[in-house]
Write a protein that binds this ligand. Structure first.
Ligand SMILES: [Zn+2]
Length: 248
């Protein structure tokens, strides 16, 4: 029998030293199966950004799904069982809406998401940020791990704020944290059809993107009514967090 490749390391969720398996980020079922995509070392990209504005950087073509060796088999399976389906559902709705209006210059979309368990969806997004960063990241922010590990937990301290937008053009972004002048600590993850932002310790709301922190209160929402959401679509030409400038 062919065994899946594993590597030794610290699991980002249970924090134990274990064999880690490859975790698709985002989930394989959410358009992350058989891509051809380009990767570049982010350090290289940031350092030579001025140069890359005019010429193509040294790109490595990779095939397969995008992801990392970040979780043990148990934690990987736990996410798959608990949260992945909601992410898949939402991503398929969003992708079909983006495809439908592909030729238009529509920048803002309103649609119904009453079919989706938003608490589970938010926990899946949290796991994306936890997996995208080094294990030490959650030494400072252990509540994020609690929020993932306890499916029923509906509370998360107010210092963690989440945002989202739609995206189907430009750079993907890897979710690693950055310190920004305007917003403080920002993690941004972009992979079509979504962009997600985790902003920590910033009392001010980020206005360009839709705040979804309240998804944690999903269980208190009246489920018999329609649940609309408005999301802006942004093209990510630039690698900097929350930089939605047009090219040129
Ligand atoms: Zn684990």
């Amino acid at each position: 029998m062919k065994t899946k490749k594993t590597i030794k390391g610290t699991c980002r969720i249970c924090k134990q030293e274990k064999e880690l398996s490859f975790e698709h980020i985002p989930p394989k079922s959410a358009f992350n199966k058989n891509n051809r995509f380009y990767t570049i070392s982010s350090i290289d990209y940031y350092q030579n950004f001025e140069q890359y504005k005019n010429e193509k950087p040294n790109l490595k073509i990779e095939q397969g799904g995008l992801g990392e060796y970040c979780l043990c088999v148990n934690c990987n399976g736990f996410l798959g069982q608990m949260y992945v389906r909601e992410y898949k559902k939402f991503s398929h709705i969003a992708m079909s809406i983006l495809n439908k209006y592909e030729d238009n210059y529509v920048k803002s979309f309103e649609f119904d998401i009453s079919d989706i368990n938003l608490l589970k969806f938010l926990k899946q997004i949290t796991s994306i940020f936890v997996c995208s960063n080094q294990p030490a990241f959650t030494n400072s922010y252990p509540e994020l791990i609690d929020f993932i590990k306890k499916p029923e937990l509906e509370s998360l301290p107010d210092k963690y704020r989440f945002y989202m937008y739609l995206n189907n053009e430009g750079h993907i972004k890897n979710g690693k944290f950055h310190y920004t002048n305007i917003h403080g600590m920002v993690c941004e993850f972009v992979y079509p059809p979504f962009g997600f932002v985790l902003n920590i310790d910033n009392p001010n709301r980020i206005m360009e993107v839709t705040e979804i922190t309240n998804f944690k209160h999903y269980n208190k929402i009246d489920k018999t009514r329609k649940l609309p959401i408005i999301l802006n679509k942004y093209i990510t030409h630039y690698p900097f967090p929350l930089d939605f400038r047009q090219k040129g």
